[in-house]
Ligand binder design. Structure first.
Ligand code: COA
Length: 261
């Protein structure tokens, strides 16, 4: 009998859905789970047929409860360091995906679960779920990008408040401070996430990649450097068939049919 995957990969049309599949542990990230996740990410990054990637969790309780704290108890200090390197690398892999990514949070997102969402481009949260970087309550700190990505998203003052106080934010507050883009009605995050992905993919898939690269690559540059980088990214869209298709569709007053080339 084959063991059930810890991370399921399903491609629906041009969207790849990655589902964390440990609902009995609230989809906590074990070392083996991170290994499966990274193997999927490596394939998806090189797959031109995948135009967007969505992350969600099995069950209705949690998107992801962060690092597997039961596994952690059996780790010596060296293993803990290895785990932290691995989870940081996994979230860096998520952030580095060329396609736009959406965290479809069907339930609670704490610690590494929140960091997974922070590594995505868009975030949808079930309106009944809570979210936060709660690591300091466990006498550690966010180590998979949370200390770096949260302040860039919500500002340093707010990030310090959330991390130092190990806040568990309700969904309405998460929306209000810009930590998530949208709330889904309770129990309907996947449906809402699917609608958002459909909206996203009305736009040119290569343009989505180029826009993501222009924004991400420009963030740490001077304005002049970021503008130059934007010009380089724009150039990638110029020779595409999709760009010509969009112009033809505009002239013919019809929706464009993009092919990702
Ligand atoms: N690692 C390993 N197991 C975890 C886990 C984690 N991060 N989070 C939850 N679980 C396990 C629980 O130990 C429990 O296992 P048990 O049935 O063997 O006792 C099971 O998942 C269900 O957890 P429970 O707390 O009863 O579920 P809930 O639906 O009431 O609450 C959470 C879900 C996510 C709100 C809650 O489990 C939680 O706060 N977890 C810790 C989150 C955290 O601090 N993460 C930071 C990690 S750095």
């Amino acid at each position: 009998m084959t063991a059930q995957a810890l991370v399921a990969l399903e491609q629906r049309g041009h969207v790849a859905w990655l589902t964390l599949q440990r609902p009995e542990s609230r989809n906590a990230l074990s070392l083996a789970t991170l290994g499966e996740l990274r193997a999927h990410l490596a394939k998806l990054a090189a797959d031109a047929s995948v135009w967007a990637v969505a992350f969600t969790g099995a069950g209705d309780k949690a998107f992801c409860a962060g690092a597997d704290l039961k596994e952690r108890r059996g780790f010596d200090a060296q293993m803990v360091s290895r785990f932290v390197r691995e989870i940081r690398a996994a979230m860096d892999d998520v952030a580095a995906l060329p396609q736009p990514t959406v965290a479809v949070m069907n339930g609670a997102a704490f610690g590494g679960g929140c960091e997974l969402a922070l590594a995505c481009d868009l975030r949808v949260l079930d309106e009944s779920a809570a979210i936060g970087l709660t690591e300091t309550s466990l006498a550690i700190i966010p180590g998979a990008g949370g200390c770096a990505r949260l302040p860039r998203l919500v500002g340093a003052a707010r990030a310090k408040e959330l991390i130092l106080l190990a806040r568990r934010l309700d969904a309405a507050t998460a929306l209000q401070i810009g930590l998530v883009h949208e709330l889904a009605p309770a129990g309907r995050a996947v449906e809402r996430g699917g609608a958002l992905l459909a909206e996203l993919l009305k736009n040119g898939p290569l343009a989505l990649r180029a826009a993501k690269a222009a924004i991400d690559g420009g963030l740490d540059l001077s304005l002049a450097g970021a503008l130059e980088h934007e010009a380089v990214c724009y150039q990638r869209t110029v020779p595409t068939a999709d760009r010509l298709e969009a112009l033809a569709a505009f002239a013919e007053k019809r929706p464009p049919r993009f092919e990702g080339r």
